[in-house]
Design a protein around this ligand. Structure first.
Ligand code: FES
Length: 373
């Protein structure tokens, strides 16, 4: 039986009545003290299991509370991480399949060198902890109605949304003719390596090539294909019919930039679907203009080099502005520009109109500026 926490219609009715007595809080705030999964004012998940995939990547199995809804394989969600009285938000792809029968789902987090939050998740979160979560979102998934011949191209932790797709195709026993190219520094860095290998044994239609970019002992042994990042020669060799395939790619920005340029140049950009974990930042041939950035509500002034995004600058200096995706999508970090000028790091566009809304996760100040945060 699926164990997603459910509240009955009667329960919701009673909660509506008791809200009047709980004012100014809601009944849900008191219920949270009994079981955080029963709350309706926010969504929480309990960590049921932690599992080390590699030395630097860990999978958390999460049991979601009320208001959870199912997801499509490939979607992501926001996860709240309380650390030392501050609240951080990060976005992670779901790595499990929606067909999972126990009502849980998984996220798989890779520790980034110097990454404060990712390393906290890997080292400090434990079974029994509760964390706030958002609803699944994103349009990076294989459409149900349309049969596709996928070409998956992944690197590092970019495997996570694709793993959800692979697990779903496996669970539904409708595995199509699939080519998968995965890049990792070494064999021992491949997240889900054993499971991918088993899928290859189970389905002759699943053709996996792992390329180890820092290890000459990779699986692609032909001269010139080892030890390399994406090239056309490599693609032609591994997947000669790439022009006829729908491509789903996830990985670091340089890989996704290279794929987008390549498919664009070949007039096939519509066949390429990418999932980014960070905003695509424009080239840095625009020098930053250092200056003082004032956070008017916090009454704080920090030096900026004109390159660092404002959200990061604030967090590095102990502030905790509201935010969500950290990549310019959700507008959860919007504030008003009061004085001065900022640069949108995705386009290098300058924004200098007083009162204009800016997204601090993708903007850097230009010289002295004041924002309403
Ligand atoms: S945090 Fe989502 S747009 Fe800035």
């Amino acid at each position: 039986m699926r164990q997603i926490e459910q509240k009955s219609a009667l329960g919701r009715f009673v909660e509506g009545l008791t809200d009047a007595f709980a004012f100014p809080l809601k009944t849900s705030h008191y219920i949270e003290l009994v079981n955080p999964l029963w709350t309706s004012h926010s969504m929480q998940a309990r960590i049921e299991k932690v599992w080390d995939e590699t030395a630097t990547a860990r999978t958390l199995t999460l049991r979601p509370g009320m208001n959870w809804r199912s997801f499509k394989p490939g979607q992501h969600l926001r996860v709240g991480i309380p650390i030392g009285g501050r609240h951080f938000t990060r976005t992670y792809s779901i790595s499990s399949a929606p067909e999972r029968s126990d009502g849980c789902f998984t996220i798989t987090v890779k520790g980034i060198p110097g990454g404060f939050v990712s390393n906290h998740i890997i080292r400090k979160l434990k079974v029994g902890d509760y964390i706030p979560i958002g609803v699944p979102q994103g349009d990076f998934y294989i459409p149900d109605a349309q049969p596709v011949k996928p070409l998956f191209i992944t690197a590092g932790s970019g495997i996570t949304p694709i793993m959800s797709m692979l697990r779903s195709l496996d669970a539904e026993e409708r595995f199509p003719d699939t080519v998968h190219i995965h890049y990792a520094p070494h064999n021992y860095d491949v997240i889900f390596g054993e499971e991918l290998g088993n899928l290859g044994k189970k389905y002759s239609r699943y053709n996996l090539t792992r390329i180890f970019t820092r290890d000459p002992g990779g699986e692609v042994t032909e001269e010139g294909l080892r030890n390399q990042h994406f090239t056309q020669a490599q693609l032609e060799k591994i997947c000669p019919d790439w022009r006829t395939r729908d491509v789903y790619a996830c990985g670091p920005q340089p890989l996704l930039d290279a794929l987008e340029s390549f498919w664009e140049a070949n007039g096939l950009r519509r066949q390429l679907h990418t999932e980014r974990f960070r905003a695509a930042i424009a080239g840095s041939n625009v020098p930053g203009t250092a200056g003082k950035l004032t956070f008017s509500k916090s009454k704080a002034v920090f030096d900026s080099d004109g390159q660092i995004n404002i959200l990061r600058l604030a967090e590095d200096n102990g502030l905790n502005p509201e935010h969500g995706c950290r990549m310019g999508i959700c507008h959860g970090c919007n504030v008003k520009l009061m004085e001065g000028c900022v640069r949108d790091l995705r386009t290098n566009e300058l924004i200098q109109e007083q009162g204009q809304t800016i997204q601090i996760c993708v903007c850097a100040s230009v010289g002295d500026a004041v924002i309403d945060a």
